[in-house]
Design a protein around this ligand. Sequence first.
Ligand code: CP3
Length: 345
Amino acid sequence: MHSSERLLIRALRREDVPRAPVWLMRQAGRYLPEYRAVRAKAGGFLEMVKAPELAAEVTLQPVRRFGMDAAILFSDILVPLEAMGMPLLFDERGPVLPEPLREARHVDALEVVDPAATMGFVGDALRLTRAGLPDETALVGFCGAPFTLASYAVEGGTSRNYAHLRRLMYHETALFERLLDKLAEQVARHLDYQAACGAEALVLFDTWAAALTREDYLRHALPWTRRVFERCTAAVPRVVFGGAADHLLEDLAGVGADGVAVDHRTDLAGAFERTGGRLAVQGNLDPGALFAPPAEVARRTRALLESVAGRRGHVLNLGHGVMKETDPEAVGAFVRTALEFGGDA
Ligand code: CP3
C-alpha cells in the first residue's frame, strides 16, 4: 500500500474518506499495563526513548491492543533540547532541566545540531516502528514548537506562571528572540529528519501557547511557529496543536500547517467554520470523559463524530493526552466507536 493511501494522510489532505481516522495523544503510556511492564525493566523514561527497540515496542502497544489508525513515535518534545546541550531528566515532577537558560552566555552556548548525528535513536525507532505496524496504520512524528520549548529551557521544567520566561520576553526581547531563532532552526531540522526516517505526518506541539494573550502570542511566539513550517521542507501533512488555545485558533490556522488540533474547550464544528474549511481539524473529546463508563464514552464519541459528519478533514482525537489513571476499556470504547462509525452506523 502506498503511504498516501493511509486513512490519516488522506484525511489530513482533506480527501474524501469513508470515516474519520482516529488516534490519541499520549496513546502509549502508563495507563497501559504492558507499557508499565516495559518501563519497569527499562529503568526510566529517557532510557526507553533512547533504546529504539523499546521505543518501537511501546509505540506499537496501543495499536496492537486497539487498532487505531496512527501510531505516534514514543519520544518527547524535550529530547532535542538535550541534544542541543541542556541536561535533561524526568522524575516524579515530570521533566527537569537542571541548568535553565537565564543569561546571554547560556543561549549562546546552545548548539543547533544535526539530528541524525545526535538523535539517531529517533530515526532508528521510527524505522523499527514502521516495520512493525500494520500496512494501513500511519506513523506520526512530532516536535515541540519554539515557544513551548523555550518555556522548558528557561523555566527548567513545567511551569505555572512562566515568571522567568516572561521576564526574558519583556525585558530582554533580543535575547529571547535569539533563543527562539535557534529553537526554530532545530525544530525544523528535527521534523525533516523524522519525515526522512519514515514519519508520514508531523505534529508541532505548542502546548503552552495559551499561557499568552493573543497580542503576546502574535508578537513573541507565532512568527517562530510560522518559521518552522517555512523551513521544514518535508512533503508530509503537518498539524499544529495549541493546547487550550481557542483564542488563537484563527491565527494558528494561518501558520502554514495543513491541520490544526483543537482541545475540548473549542466547539469542533465551529472550528471547521472558523478555519474556513481550508484546514483539517483534529480533536477533540475531553480526556476527562474517558473516566465515564464505556457506554457513555461511546455516546459522546458518536455525538462528536455526528457533529462534523460529512466534513472533509476531520481526524478524531482527544483534546489533550490520555491521563495515566485512564481505564484502557474507555480508550477501547473510544476507538471502537470511531472505527464502526460511518460504515453502517
Ligand atoms: O503517545 C504519545 O503521545 C507519544 C509520546 C509523547 C510523549 N510526550 C511521551 C511522554 C509525546 C508526543 C510527548 C509530547 C510532549 N511532552 C508534550 C506535548 C504534548 C502535550 O502533552 O501537550 C509536552 C508538553 C511534553 C513534556 C512532558 N513530558 C511532560 C509535561 C511530561 C510529564 C507529564 C507526564 O505525563 O508524566 C513528560 C513525560 C512523558 N512524555 C511521559 C510520556 C509517556 C511520562 C513518562 C513516564 O512514563 O514516566
